[in-house]
Design a protein around this ligand. Structure first.
Ligand code: AMP
Length: 450
């Protein structure tokens, strides 16, 4: 068959199979891009993510919180009922759609409601209380993307169900505080109490009356909020609104006796464990399910209006709101991207457990073959080793060893393979020694524990 004819048949086949426009074959293919507000976490950033995960896991273990994996897709109703209809999250930020069966579903915007759902659904009320759970994973909010604000971001959260004791609130605040401090990020805990539903109803009346006298100074959104959900005006970031809010009535003056006492106890516990907190009289947190203690975590030295690293509070009514038995509960969520950004801002490169201290370099075919087996011997003994079997030049391999900042590089060349030996190079001093290949795993293990 003539070459030309063959080419035509081939092209026809391809076009037919993939149903592509032949013109597209010649046009340059445009690479699909990330969706707006979404981001990739690259390998070079994993050191931060890993450090954060390790800290979360070690705190969870220390304070006896059990891990839960929760689904990312949930029924829309879950968040409408719990987070509240009049919140930004439910009003405008949910990624919601109908699935193939016509069910209304949503990519979860947060996970406290999911944890409460799971608590009810799996009858955790019958377990010894309090039930202490933690989670970690992606959340989705159709927010306006800007610095530190994504449409898919990650949170971890700690939640306690089944106790209304003030010490629970304080210990959760303490855990959040230690998380940041131990990573090297000094934080301030902004704390407040928003009492019971009755407290808030009385306070709302007072708040509306106050803002009405300043109607001309607040933004259009807030004017609307005033009739629908006046507490949200306190959260507004617009300059004019913030100025008016500065002198607004404070919910603490409307607290019932028992909430006031509860709050005082939370503060006393915090003093006991040296948590840096400030009272934030206008902090109410946007969501309907909070009651009593609320708090927000901000980097020390900022007022936190734009830069909260996390937040939480008590939500005694949530389980009941979702159809469970009345169950007091309290928890917090922390944003992982913002924590990574805070580490980078402070130029903190965290120490991560599980780093590799050994690099295995090989020269020539036989050494490469032997190296493959030696690598396995190290791995089976639980000694992590970095390698570059894909490279042959020693210089390129040593450069990699430098990059990994290993303590020792093992060099295996033709001569060493013949002699049954291997070179150990101490990367800090540059001193090299030749040892018996069959004993090298033991020798290295000993060196690493010295
Ligand atoms: P929230 O559930 O709104 O209280 O958020 C808790 C924490 O999650 C915040 O303090 C942020 O650290 C983080 N967070 C919330 N929304 C976003 C977002 N759109 N992008 C990145 N992080 C976020």
């Amino acid at each position: 068959m003539a070459k030309k004819e063959e080419k035509e048949i081939l092209e026809e086949l391809v076009v037919e199979e993939k149903k592509i426009d032949p013109a597209a074959l010649v046009k340059k293919i445009k690479t699909p891009q990330l969706l707006r507000g979404f981001h990739d976490v690259l390998a070079e950033d994993q050191v931060y993510w890993e450090a954060i995960r390790q800290k979360v896991n070690s705190l969870a273990f220390a304070y006896s919180f059990d891990r839960m994996e929760l689904p990312i897709l949930e029924p829309t109703e879950l968040f409408v009922r719990s987070v509240g209809k009049q919140t930004d999250i439910v009003e405008k930020e949910m990624f919601q759609f109908q699935d193939q069966s016509g069910a209304n579903v949503v990519l979860r915007p947060e996970a406290t409601a999911s944890t409460a759902r799971a608590y009810i659904e799996h009858g955790m009320v019958d377990r010894p209380q309090p039930v202490k759970l933690f989670y970690e994973g992606p959340m989705f909010r159709y927010d306006r993307p800007q610095a530190g604000r994504y449409r898919q971001f990650n949170q971890f959260g700690f939640e306690t169900f089944g106790s209304d004791e003030a010490i629970i609130d304080a210990q959760l605040i303490l855990i959040a505080d230690r998380f940041f401090r131990e990573l090297g990020i000094p934080v301030t805990m902004q704390v407040n109490s928003i009492g019971t539903t009755e407290t808030r109803n009385e306070y709302k009346i007072e708040l509306v009356a106050y803002y009405r006298t300043h109607r001309n100074e607040i933004c259009e959104d807030c004017k609307r909020r005033l009739t629908r959900n006046p507490l949200r005006v306190l959260d507004c970031k617009v300059e004019g609104c913030r100025a008016v809010t500065a002198n607004a009535p404070q919910i603490i003056d409307w607290l019932d006796e028992s909430s006031k006492e509860h709050f005082m106890r939370v503060l006393e516990y915090l003093e006991e464990v040296d948590v840096h907190y400030v009272l934030a009289p206008h902090l109410v947190r946007g969501l309907d399910y909070y009651s009593r203690t609320v708090f927000e975590i901000v980097p020390e030295g900022t007022d936190g209006s734009q830069s909260a690293l996390g937040g939480g509070g008590r939500y005694d009514g949530l389980v009941e709101l979702l159809g469970g038995r009345p169950t007091p509960a309290c928890g917090f969520a922390i944003g992982i991207e913002r924590t990574v950004a805070a580490l980078k801002e402070r130029q903190i490169l965290p120490e991560v457990r599980g780093r590799r201290d050994i690099f295995l370099a090989q020269l020539g075919d036989v050494a490469r073959r032997k190296g493959l087996a030696l690598f396995e011997a190290f791995r089976q003994e639980g000694v992590p080793v970095a390698e570059a079997f894909g490279k042959s030049a020693l210089k390129a391999q040593l450069e990699l060893a430098d990059k990994y900042q290993v303590k020792y590089t093992l060099i295996l060349g033709q001569k060493e393979v013949l002699d049954g030996t291997i070179i150990i190079r101490d990367m800090e001093s540059g001193v090299q020694e030749t040892v018996d290949m069959n004993k090298v795993v033991g020798i290295i293990k000993k060196k690493l524990t010295e």
